[in-house]
Design a protein around this ligand. Structure first.
Ligand SMILES: O=C(O)CCC(=O)C(=O)O
Ligand SMILES: [Fe+2]
Length: 394
């Protein structure tokens, strides 16, 4: 069944009906908050299955006690931040480059176009982004050996907005962490205690810009990867995001026929890529490596990438807005075997070397900025993600 689209994004060419799309479950935040058990089961299914789902953030007036979980307020913040991101990228390149701290072993701040390698062949990315640190924005103190990097002065006037957005995203993620904690039968408060808002972590907001690509040379803008941390909240308006579907999950076929649908969907080398259709009023939620490790592989961190947007959207500049949550810097990324389910899941598997969250993310985020060799060393749970596919199929 093709999705029923409520509306398109204003001022953006519509996402085409001629490509197959990833069948992400649509979860309603309002239903979850009202305690809907069926909706909760669907979240669990999505987290163990694809590791990606849509979250419908729109709420009726009568949900007045949602507090920080008010989806409408988060949507308003995201709308304003899209404009903030657009404005940032208009700054002169020399100004933006002042905030590239990769030579100081920090991934906060700016990454220029083509600064990262996207595959083993050494191809370069086709986007620029800027990472806003939770800790710098909220004033979480850091020790001298790991200082908060200064934010671009352009962002000064947007600090209250960024604080509000970070606080709301963190609250939403904590809600899902509590949910997963209960389903994994972990001791109460375990996952939450590894993600305290006032503790030092790599949490960040990311503004991304990918310009239209040459008609005869369209490439992947952001290489195939799994996210490094715990839960990601992503807002898309223009298509381009693709998830690599496990072979047991079929894409939603296009609702209109097109000769080149398969090519547009990016099917290649037996890899099953499908576009994620951006939906107004919805965030895209996905899980990262840390949750795969904590859950001993019960949860999925799915491989995804950003390609050139489909069809006429390819002529549009693509902006997106992400919130990445990560475990606190000192937390070891290892199976939480206080859970009987996790314990069972890792039985008979060789224990992996436990790395702390900070080192894991640094290696992943900065490795890809060191050429093809660096790219190889920057891999995370991609192989585990593919292996889970095989396990479930057999
Ligand atoms: O821009 C997007 O839609 C996705 C970005 C992404 O996957 C990332 O930054 O990790
Ligand atoms: Fe990602």
């Amino acid at each position: 069944m093709p999705l029923i689209i409520d509306e398109d994004f204003k001022g953006i060419p519509p996402f085409p009906n001629t490509v197959s799309t990833a069948p992400l479950l649509r979860i309603s935040l309002a239903k979850l908050l009202s305690g809907d058990a069926e909706e909760q089961d669907r979240v669990w299914k999505a987290c163990c299955g694809l590791g990606f789902f849509y979250l419908d953030m729109r709420m009726n007036e009568d949900i007045s006690d949602a507090g920080l979980l008010d989806g409408n307020a988060l949507l308003d913040d995201a709308d304003q931040l899209f404009k903030t991101g657009e404005g940032f990228f208009e700054l002169p390149l020399e100004e933006k480059r002042k905030y590239d701290f990769s030579s100081q072993n920090s991934y906060f701040g700016y990454k220029g176009m083509g600064a990262a390698t996207i595959d083993a062949k050494g191809n370069k990315d086709r986007n620029e982004f800027y990472n806003v640190s939770k800790d710098e924005t909220l004033g979480v103190p850091h020790p001298p050996e790991n200082p908060n990097m200064p934010a671009a002065p352009y962002l000064d006037q947007y600090r209250p907005l960024l604080k509000d957005y970070i606080t709301r995203c963190h609250a939403l993620i904590t809600y899902f962490l509590r949910f997963l904690n209960a389903r994994l039968e972990l001791p109460e408060g375990k996952l939450e205690s590894l993600h305290r808002i006032d503790a030092i972590s790599g949490d960040q907001v990311r503004f991304i810009k990918a310009p239209p690509q040459p008609v005869d040379d369209k490439r992947t803008a952001l290489g195939a990867h799994t996210d490094f941390g715990s839960v990601t909240v992503l807002f898309n308006r223009v298509g381009g995001l693709q998830v690599r579907l496990p072979h047991y999950i079929q894409p939603t076929p296009p609702s209109e026929h097109s000769e080149n649908a398969n090519r547009l969907a990016g099917e290649e080398d037996g890899e099953n890529w499908a576009y994620v259709r951006p939906l107004p009023g919805h965030a895209i939620i996905n899980l990262g490596d840390a949750l795969v490790k904590f859950s001993g592989g019960i949860l999925r961190s799915n491989i995804h990438r950003v390609s050139s947007p489909p069809d006429t959207q390819a002529e549009t500049t693509r902006y997106s807005l992400v919130y990445f949550s990560r475990p606190e810097d000192e937390v070891l990324l290892k199976a939480l075997d206080e859970s009987p389910l996790v314990k069972e899941s890792i039985k008979g598997k060789a224990a992996e070397e436990a790395v702390n969250s900070k080192d894991w993310i640094l290696r992943r985020a900065l490795g890809s900025r060191k050429g093809a060799e660096g790219w190889k060393n920057s891999r995370g749970t991609e192989n585990a993600s593919l292996a889970k596919d095989v396990e479930v199929r057999n």
